[in-house]
Design a protein around this ligand. Structure first.
Ligand code: ASP
Length: 401
């Protein structure tokens, strides 16, 4: 029998009505054998996701303050779902354990993970599927890093024993049982891990947004959807936006960066210059995004948030390592990725992008295209970001319609 792993986002499980629709989707195809639920998301604009309620509740607990009301509100979210589905299920014991663990300082990640855990219990009861705790099958190392190989082995071995199962998304545990979570929206990761482990025929992810959008709907109104997307494109997009799979798909996406211009005459003939500079970033645990260079200049793009607190150490380190003539920093830049497999075989993509930007009066600060020709990265000032995205969207989508 075919094996499909199916993941539901928080908005698809936000209340009983949505939950029912999701369960019906699973029942429609007997091959949908492994189900990955998120925690209940927003029921309406302005509502709070259960994950955020859990973070808030645990922060109160951590301060030694009374968190009864906050925990009760979370419990009500679940009870509303259980009641609406007419399930014969009580989470009372679970909530007692959670309350106790909050008091004992189980950690913020443990707290957040309960959103998926409890929703998994409900989903399993609703479908009559086995519940597999993600803490058993998704393994993190003691420093919090994810261990893909051990996870794959554990997950494969465990899922082999069950024909149908619900595995909550977003979390796992260290070998000693300490619960760890992925970054926000991480239920998608769990879904793909399960799909890999069981060699699924298909991995489906269901959300309330239909398809991948060509660009960010917050900037361009009602953008077109992408009909088919390759893994590599998806990866490029996910990397730039990190939310592609689990939120509105974002085509050109913004990542704030700081370029650091390093200038030294005769840099070009100094072998090892680049390595020494990059070593400084490595020593500070900062990853770099792009590194365009001139004959006597080198520019390194890094994330503003990662860099800010280490600025002094990095600058001092560069001075020590390569004695530059000049080091300059700029902030508040935005990177836009234009991604597409069609680029490789078409001429003029770059030309069109840059003439569109020129017409829109946007100054381009950085250009990067790798040999894969799958994407072109463009750095612009933050204040030009939205204008630039619209101009690019217009030139490729609007003018072609
Ligand atoms: N519930 C988590 C979050 O809100 C993970 C997820 O939904 O995928 O980020």
């Amino acid at each position: 029998m075919r094996k499909i792993v199916v993941k539901f986002g928080g908005s698809s499980l936000a209340n009983a009505e949505q939950f029912k629709k999701s369960a019906d989707i699973v029942r429609q195809d007997a091959s949908r054998r492994y189900v990955i639920p998120s925690a209940p998301g927003k029921r309406f604009d302005g509502d709070t996701k259960v994950t955020d309620m859990l973070y808030g509740c645990y922060r109160t607990a951590e301060k030694g303050l009374d968190f009864t009301n906050q925990l009760r509100a979370i419990r009500e979210r679940y009870n509303e779902i259980i009641l609406g589905l007419s399930l014969d299920l009580s989470l009372d014991d679970e909530f007692e354990v959670i309350e106790q663990n909050f008091k004992n300082g189980a950690g913020l990640e443990y707290a957040a993970s309960r959103g998926e855990y409890l929703n998994g219990k409900i989903m399993a009861a609703c479908l009559g599927y086995e519940f597999v705790d993600a803490a058993e099958v998704v393994r993190f190392e003691t420093d919090g890093g994810f261990d893909p190989e051990v996870t794959n082995q554990l997950m494969a071995a465990r899922l082999e024993t069950c024909e149908r199962a619900v595995i909550p998304g977003f979390y796992g545990a260290e070998e000693n049982g300490k619960v760890r979570t992925f970054s926000r929206g991480g239920s998608d990761i769990t879904g793909s891990l399960a799909a890999r482990a069981i060699c699924a025929d298909m991995y489906e992810t269901w959300t309330d947004v239909s398809g991948f959008l060509v660009t960010d709907p917050r900037i361009v109104k009602n953008p077109e959807t992408i009909e088919t997307i390759t893994y590599r494109e998806l990866r490029e997009l996910a990397y730039m936006g990190a939310t592609v799979l689990h939120e509105e798909a974002i085509f050109p996406v913004r990542k704030e960066g700081i370029p650091i211009n390093i200038e030294k005459s005769l840099m070009n003939s100094e072998i090892g210059f680049g390595r020494k500079v990059l070593q400084v970033f490595e020593d500070q645990g900062i990853s770099f995004e792009h590194m365009p260079s001139g004959i006597d200049t080198m520019t390194i793009y890094v994330h503003q948030s990662e860099f800010e607190e280490k600025e002094q150490q990095v600058i001092a380190g560069i001075h020590r390592a390569v004695q530059p003539d000049f080091v300059e920093m700029e902030s508040d830049l935005a990177l836009i990725a234009v991604v597409g497999r069609g680029m490789k075989s078409t001429r003029g993509t770059a030309g069109r992008i840059f003439s569109a930007l020129a017409h829109a009066n946007v100054n381009v600060k950085m250009i990067d295209q790798g040999s894969s020709e799958l994407n072109i990265i463009i750095g612009v000032e933050n204040r030009d970001f939205e204008t630039a995205v619209r101009a690019i969207y217009d030139i490729f989508v609007i003018t072609q319609m």
